[in-house]
Design a protein around this ligand. Structure first.
Ligand code: OAD
Length: 255
């Protein structure tokens, strides 16, 4: 006889499972992607309607080749994104993760996002695998650059004070390697955690996407929060379908 499939009941069961796993965890690692900033009004990359990549070819903008070909266009694109980030506010999803960090002894937050909304929500230690859009350095000598208000509205990138080459945002571009020390720290957290919480990522960009798989391989439980199913959803111990700004506060409540 067919058992009645009650989606509400299913949802409650997934939430209870996730809460139990987090409550009993000794070490929690959390990987976030663009989805956690979506409710703050920041476009994700691959969502068809609102995705940044829907209107731009990332290879043209987020790459050395794109920057060399037309530094002005790339500079203006990042200055526009930086302004949106700085006008945005952290949402209840960011704040829930900051609360979780405060409640758990060993909690490592790893993000693919280049915004600072986790920090502005109160997260104390954030591993930015793909860099920060509000930091700048010289594209040739690496010299750090403190951006002036004037440079933010300039049509082209500023020149490095040390060598005169172009200044760029300190984000990882396609084809570039991730910051080694940060990646090592994230890798170790994935290896040691007993629960990996994955929020708002399509899980298609490596090596970040490898972290949940590594954790699972080494016996960690997987919890995913995403309104859309991803390749991780079927392997998750709990898949919480919904926006992070709604699901994460409910999850904290349930713990
Ligand atoms: P994507 O745009 O690939 O995926 C965003 C994910 O967030 C999707 O799975 C959405 O279903 C989900 N999502 C949308 N709204 C959400 C919400 N309110 N709450 C929770 N989830 C939501 O973004 P990322 O997976 O972060 O790399 O992309 C990874 C990397 O690809 C980025 O860091 C960037 C890009 O290339 C670099 O720039 C190096």
């Amino acid at each position: 006889m067919e058992t009645d499939f009650d989606p509400i009941e299913m949802e409650m069961l997934q939430l209870a499972t996730a809460a139990r796993l987090l409550r009993t965890a000794q070490r929690i690692a959390c990987l976030t992607g663009a989805g956690i900033s979506a409710e703050s009004g920041i476009a994700t990359f691959r969502d068809t309607q609102t995705g940044l990549w829907a209107n731009f070819d990332p290879m043209q903008l987020a790459s050395q080749a794109g920057f060399s070909a037309d530094p002005g266009v790339v500079w203006r694109w990042y200055m526009d994104r930086l302004q949106r980030v700085q006008q945005a506010q952290p949402n209840p999803g960011h704040r829930a993760l900051a609360d979780l960090e405060a409640r758990v002894h060993r909690f490592t937050l790893i993000t693919q996002n280049v915004d600072d909304l986790h920090e502005r929500a109160g997260s104390r230690s954030v591993l930015h695998l793909h860099g920060r859009i509000d930091r700048f350095h010289c594209n040739r000598c690496g010299f750090d650059h403190a951006l002036t208000m004037q440079e933010r509205s300039a049509p082209r990138p500023p020149q490095c004070l040390a060598c005169g080459d172009s200044v760029r945002p300190s984000v990882v571009w396609f084809g570039e390697s991730l910051p080694g020390r940060i990646l090592d720290h994230a890798w170790r957290a994935a290896e040691r955690c007993d629960v990996m919480l994955v929020v708002g990522t399509s899980g298609v960009v490596y090596p970040a996407a490898q972290l949940p798989l590594l954790a699972r391989q080494l016996g960690a439980h997987l919890i995913e929060v995403n309104p859309e199913r991803t390749a991780l959803s079927d392997m998750a111990d709990a898949y919480l379908q919904g926006p992070a700004g709604v699901v994460l506060p409910d999850l904290l409540e349930a713990i």
